[in-house]
Design a protein around this ligand. Structure first.
Ligand code: ADP
Length: 192
């Protein structure tokens, strides 16, 4: 059973690589961004709450995100071969909460795979995605800049959290999708 944190800034390619990893390893994809967008689309109470944060490129409050992830783990834990966490944890508090909720089920994070992509490439990718993604947060330069700033200020420390546990592997996130995928699978195959 693998429980993988796929990490990287907005536009790093986490969603693209997650799809391929799910297919290869039969894992459950737990993308907090996707879950929030689903709630938004369905107009649930959670969706209404998350909307203002998402559309501005700010983080949804920790307790809201953590509660949503807890529900998803409880729903799926008996039928899964493991998880790919995508877009979560995004703060150190979320990382600590994740360790605790996994421990309850006798589970732990196998490792974090961090995709490394320079800022100019990120911005270009997000703008390109904005043409078709229908995401308000992909279409505006200020919002893109806010997301990158939030990543640097609040999310980057999460990599240190896993580094301290000897669970961090960095991968070059620029290049052919299949080449990057291959690098990620090499890391995952090294997990015991
Ligand atoms: P990105 O392409 O920026 O990585 P995501 O699809 O992962 O986007 O997330 C979109 C938005 O959803 C974020 O900008 C944020 O508002 C909210 N969000 C997603 N995951 C989290 C999280 N773990 N903590 C707080 N907010 C989150």
């Amino acid at each position: 059973m693998y429980n993988i944190v796929l990490f990287g800034p907005p536009g790093a390619g986490k969603g693209t690589q997650s799809e391929k990893l799910i297919e290869k390893y039969g894992l459950t994809h737990l993308s907090t961004g996707d879950l929030f967008r689903k709630h938004l689309g369905e107009g649930t109470e959670l969706g209404v709450l998350a909307k203002k944060y998402m559309n501005e490129g700010r983080l949804v409050p920790d307790e809201v995100v953590i509660g949503m992830v807890e529900d998803k783990i409880n729903e799926t834990k008996n039928s899964t071969h493991g998880y790919i966490f995508d877009g979560f944890p995004r703060t150190t508090a979320q990382a600590e909460a994740l360790d605790k909720m996994l421990a309850i089920h006798n589970l732990a994070i196998s490792g974090m795979v961090a995709l490394d992509v320079p800022q100019d490439v990120l911005k270009a990718r997000i703008k390109e995605r904005g043409k078709t993604s229908n995401r308000v947060d992909d279409q505006d330069e200020d919002k893109i800049n806010t997301r990158i700033k939030v990543y640097l200020d609040e999310t980057l420390p999460v990599a240190d959290y896993y580094k301290k546990q000897n669970k961090l592997s960095k991968i070059n996130g620029v290049g052919e999708i299949d080449q990057i995928f291959h690098s990620i699978t090499s890391v995952i195959n090294s997990y015991s």
